[in-house]
Design a protein around this ligand. Structure first.
Ligand code: PRP
Ligand code: URA
Length: 208
């Protein structure tokens, strides 16, 4: 499946503020959250709907609602949690799992330090949240862990993706649809995305 890149003037505008090194923690967090909401709208275009009988102030009507039980959202710690607010604002009953991973600064390989997901995760469609898809190492390990738990349908939502990370996921997991606000140019020698936005976790949590 080909990665889906949001193409919208407002998204580009928000990304311009997000990428700017002068943007502070508060605004950075707010924009990560807003873009996560937009990615969620895009990724849930094919959402499973249920018939619902409601009454407007004018008359009764039959409409449809999303079956929220069909979904689980799984942020990759730390930076992925920055996307959660934006998701919960539109899917308030979302079940949330967590995968804790950090990338070694020299080898760029991820190490898993935490894994906790809803018990019935195998019956849900899972949307992985991580602002940055760089080499793809973290994303690949997260997808492997979820598939080992029996998850059949996975989507990967990120704010910025490098072509290298997209290629890695498309090659190993062609069934996983990637949604991103931007496909950037490349990775640099430290495996940071160029032009990117720097270290997403540090900018969300103010740790540098
Ligand atoms: C960042 C980012 C991704 C990962 C992407 O996390 O949030 O999880 O790197 O890189 P990859 O595609 O090359 O694996 P990091 O390991 O810096 O941890 P943090 O979220 O705790 O800052
Ligand atoms: N992780 C980040 O936070 N930023 C990058 O550019 C690459 C990995």
């Amino acid at each position: 499946m080909k990665a889906i890149e949001l193409k919208h003037p407002l998204v580009e505008h928000k990304l311009a503020i997000l990428r700017d090194k002068k943007t502070g923690t508060k605004e950075f967090r707010e924009i990560i959250s807003e873009l996560a909401t937009i990615l969620c709208y895009e990724a849930m275009k094919d959402a499973k709907m249920q018939k619902a009988e409601i009454e407007t102030p004018i008359q009764k009507m039959t409409t449809r609602k999303i079956d929220e039980d069909n979904y689980a959202f799984v942020p990759i710690l730390r930076a992925g949690t920055g996307m959660l607010d934006g998701i919960i604002s539109v899917v308030p009953n979302a079940k949330i799992g967590h995968i804790g991973m950090y990338r070694d600064e020299e080898t760029f390989k991820p190490t898993v330090y935490f894994f906790k997901v809803p018990k019935d995760i195998d019956k849900r469609e899972v949307l992985i949240l991580d602002p940055m898809l760089a080499t793809g190492g973290s994303g690949l390990d997260a997808i492997d862990l979820l598939k080992q738990k029996g998850v059949k349908k996975i989507k990967f939502l990120c704010i910025i993706a490098a072509p290298e990370g997209i290629k890695a996921i498309e090659e190993k997991h062609p069934d996983v649809q990637i949604y991103t606000a931007s496909i950037d140019e490349k990775l640099n020698e430290k495996a940071y995305i160029v032009p990117g936005l720097g270290d997403a976790g540090d900018r969300i949590f103010g740790t540098k």
